[in-house]
Design a protein around this ligand. Sequence first.
Ligand code: GLC
Length: 710
Amino acid sequence: MKIAELEKLLKDMSLSEKIEQLVQLHGGFFGHIDTYTGPVVDLKLTPDQPYRTGSVLGEHGAAHLKDLQDRMMEKQPHHIPALFMADVIHGYKTGFPVPIAIGSTFDPELAEKITSAAAKEAAAAGVHVAFSPMIDLARDSRWGRCMESTGEDPWLNARMAESLVKGFQGDDFGKKGKMASCIKHFAAYGAVQGGRDYNVAELSEHTLFEDYLVSYRAAVKAGVSMVMTAFNTIDRQPCTTNKRLLRDILREDMGFDGVVISDYAAISESVTHGSSNDNGDAAKKSIEAGCDIDMVSECYLQNLEALVNDGEVPERLIDEAVMRILVLKNKLGLFENPYKDASEEDEKEYHFCEEHRKLSREAAEESTVLLKNNGVLPLCEKQKIAVVGSLADDNEITGSWALFVDKSQTVTLKRAIEELYPNADVTFVPSDEITENMLAAAEKADVVILALGENQTESGESFSKADISLSKSHTELFNAVYGVNKNIVTVLFGGRPLAFPELAEKTNALIEAWLPGSCGCYALADILFGNVNPSGRLSMSMPYCSGQLPLSYAAFSTGRPKPKTDGFYPFISNYMDVPNVPLYPFGYGLSYSEVKYSAVSLDKNVLKNNSKIKASVTLENKSDRSVKEAVQLYIRDIKGSVVRPLRELKGLQKVSLEAGEKRTVTFEITEYMLRFYDINMQFVSEPGDFTLWIGHDSLTENGADFSLEK
Ligand code: GLC
């Protein structure tokens, strides 16, 4: 439809009809729901009301959604098609590695391929909008939703956000196989106090803008269609009713003109937060803040009409919200084809297809992080191997949002080894129980692979943990095996960094496999047996203990910085019981190759008048096998009008090097890269001295100095 036609349609709509467009209900209101993604609520609706609402949460399947669309359009007075939105977080039918793992690929291009595949599958199932990617910065692994984030670094999150959105939307999400993307949760949901989900977030204006808003700004610039509000507060106001956050920052400052949707019942929850008197007050505050859709609460449906008729809310606000929704439906082509891509034939062709299974495996090859290896890896098939631990044969490794994935198809580590390495001499004891025969199997083996950590039921929404130590039972299991065989390869599954300093000390090799998705264990087996050279890098630092959280490599000097040497220093900023730094930091990860970096060379040392500095290193792959290397550029602003982090990621190039290959990698340093929010909250660069490093991870000291002159 043309915009003029949409405007005419809007004019023809009654007020109650317009308000119904601002409501989203889940399948339970239509007599069918697979999974509740929030508390069950009774909204006291008339039987026909759900069918007149503007969008539906969580329903999927081509035949079902074509039928539901028919029923809704029939009952909607102007036969306006409904939007179908669902949580396609780490794949639809094919489970991909969870987002914290996708962040660990350090490969935004690969991330785009993943959401492109997910879009193809979900669009064929009739879904129009993905509530994805979640681009919340995560620096606290007590928060179970760090699993859904691409990690702790603003710059990497921004690159991943752009790519993940692009994968879903392409250059026109009305095209076949594409869908609208809804980023979430705006804003700073990852900063919840104590890492406890749904809690308040208390952070400075600088931290909000410098760290937590960066990925959203990038996603808006990349053309994302929708934004979902967060459950937490910012400045003591629930995000969903926070006018400064949604209108001044998101719409005015960032220039977002798409649809804003509340998170599940979040409008009504502003009453329980204690900042709205009742649902009417919540509705007024939210529509004034610019929240267009009320997800699964009765606030808009039961209150907006009276608020408009009483002159409390200008009808203009309703019209603006409805128009944004009609424009989104129009961009999806729903007025011409209300089913869009829904097709049972395409479902059969795309769902869990060979191409997507292969991509799921490739993603895990790049997301799996080798953290320690004293030479025990890679294994060979002649060795006598024992594989111990229930996670070695657990198919709950596709992530807590794998709502549509067929878990019966999930390849476990046991199955992957049996299929790919049938000649290997492997004894499986897929149990956490410490028994005589488990100990006997471990003792007789040349090497023990221990599968520990968490499956998907221990991370994700609401699964907060105050103590992120490796579980007591898994620690006991490790120590029991260690008691009979010191040659252990520990494989960690899970959606969050855990704390296991003692184990890390004792194990001979350590791999972070995250939750690798439907086919990720094939990659894990290939890494264990050396057919894949691991290239993953941590997207989130691994702490020594919960007490260090929130934690990031991008720390600040403080006025009393700790010397680099170990130990406790009185009157210095340090802990008596653990180091300040992570056990394994952001960007860290090993491979089976040695990649040598030359010293950094700069083509000039002074940046001025829009000039650029070329910073180069020459890499050499000293090994006899190819390797993928995530070359990282960090920069430090030595002094600013406000304190500045000791280093920040400002560039990344993931390169493939053949055996023995030398390659020069160059980064361009620009004035724009040096900008930050200064003492007056202006986004500017300040003249002065800087250091840059180019290296393998955030620990690199391979650096060079330069200055910026104005
Ligand atoms: C949940 C989540 C959000 C999800 C929404 C719809 O509460 O917070 O990420 O998209 O509800 O399922």
